[in-house]
Ligand binder design. Structure first.
Ligand SMILES: NC(=O)c1ccc[n+]([C@@H]2O[C@H](COP(=O)([O-])OP(=O)(O)OC[C@H]3O[C@@H](n4cnc5c(N)ncnc54)[C@H](OP(=O)(O)O)[C@@H]3O)[C@@H](O)[C@H]2O)c1
Length: 360
């Protein structure tokens, strides 16, 4: 029996946070995973989950977690877990996630700490599951039998790479990308940006976000080297990101201009390419893979976060306003749900893929 045919025990680290709560909502209705353990800081450890958490999801808190006692994030407490999902704060994720993969757990992380390590897959699971080929080298270099770490990207990167991947596959190399983001406040975790800073306002700085986006896009859309030991990020693509925080609860909007290295496609060809895009996770029948990876809208004033963020249960990227760009070739507006495809949903689909392929 392969892992994908049995129920897998899942731990959520950072279970009290914004991403952790999204994990709990998605895992509670998942046919393949059972929530086994919840971990958070010493502030929360020892408390039952309802007392440890300020629940901020619009879904009600699943019954099975209410009385679970939150554990410290030490692998010794997680015997019996098959997969470990991490929604840990980056300030602590490095050491804690390392302790877990070194203790032979399969770790699926949302934190930035290991994203750019050359034999760690930085995997948006509707884009680059081929990067799982790095896991064998990672295990070998760390002398691990079962343990490994796979990360997913920064939330704004996860939306951008999806249409870029479709366009790159169909029309060849992309030479330049300019992206301006309008990012929701849940992207900053809880309590995030103070209400007096964000209401009636736009904050034109998300510290550290722009270089992360610019680097992660090139790793995700790049390949891996011939001996499968390291990623090979794109070197010819130039990416410029400008990131803004706006008064939206969930859903990052991004205005994108793209220049192709070769002959540019027409607007109609771009629309068709995005509508037809499919990925390996869909072909494998993974539960969380959306029916349409990219939802293309012809409505002139869409996508909008309040109306479109839940397309494909939050796992689709919605792309609209596709038109010619007078400076580059094509421009469009996209929307991604930052805590679903941008975080917990991507990790869960990564784990489904890993189970289907025998990594777990
Ligand atoms: N929000 C998004 O849209 C998004 C998207 C993609 C990636 N990410 C990344 O995902 C991670 C979590 O983000 P978030 O927005 O969910 O943050 P958050 O709401 O601030 O939650 C942080 C979590 O980390 C736990 N934590 C903090 N210090 C700890 C410690 N010393 N030991 C163990 N646990 C500790 C917290 O537990 P306590 O409650 O006990 O303090 C909480 O559960 C970050 O690395 C972030 O960059 C977030």
């Amino acid at each position: 029996m392969s892992s994908s045919d049995r129920i897998l025990n899942a731990a959520v680290l950072g279970a009290t946070g914004t991403v952790g709560q999204r994990f709990i909502v998605l895992l509670a209705r998942h046919p393949m995973f059972r929530i086994h353990s919840l971990g958070a800081s010493e502030r929360s450890a020892g408390k039952v989950y309802t007392d440890a958490t300020k629940w901020k999801m619009s879904d009600i808190m699943p019954e099975e977690v209410k009385a679970m006692v939150v554990k410290p994030c030490d692998p010794a407490h997680y015997a019996g877990c098959d997969v470990v999902f991490s929604g840990l704060d980056a300030a602590v994720a490095g050491d804690i996630e390392k302790a877990f993969f070194e203790a032979e757990f399969a770790v699926f992380s949302n934190a930035k700490n290991y994203r750019m390590v050359e034999d760690v897959p930085l995997c948006v699971p509707v884009v680059n599951t081929d990067h799982y080929q790095l896991v064998a080298h990672q295990r070998k270099s760390l002398n691990l039998q079962k343990g490994f770490i796979v990360t997913n990207s920064n939330c704004s990167t996860s939306g951008l790479v999806v249409p870029l991947k479709a366009l790159q596959d169909k029309f060849g190399a992309i030479s330049r990308v300019i992206v301006t983001t309008l990012q929701s406040i849940s992207g900053a975790g809880y309590p995030g940006v103070a209400s007096l800073d964000i209401l009636d306002n736009i904050v034109p700085l998300i510290s550290g976000e722009e270089p992360k986006m610019e680097a992660e896009v090139k790793k995700i859309l790049g390949g891996i080297n011939s001996d499968l030991s390291a990623c090979a990020p794109l070197t010819d693509m130039r990416v410029s990101a400008t990131c803004n925080r706006v008064a939206v609860i969930d859903g990052h909007t991004e205005c994108v201009s793209v220049e192709f290295a070769g002959k540019p496609p027409s607007v109609e060809e771009v629309k068709q390419c995005l509508r037809e895009y499919t990925c390996e996770a869909q072909e494998l029948g993974c539960f969380s893979a959306p029916k349409h990876v990219i939802h293309v809208t012809d409505e002139p004033d869409r996508p909008q976060p309040r109306l479109d963020r839940n397309n494909g249960e939050g796992m689709s990227v919605t792309v609209g306003r596709i038109r010619e760009c007078p400076v580059f070739h094509i421009k469009f507006t996209l929307l991604v749900h930052n805590t679903v495809l941008g975080a917990a949903g991507a990790s869960i689909l990564n784990a489904e893929y890993a189970a289907k392929k025998g990594f777990v």
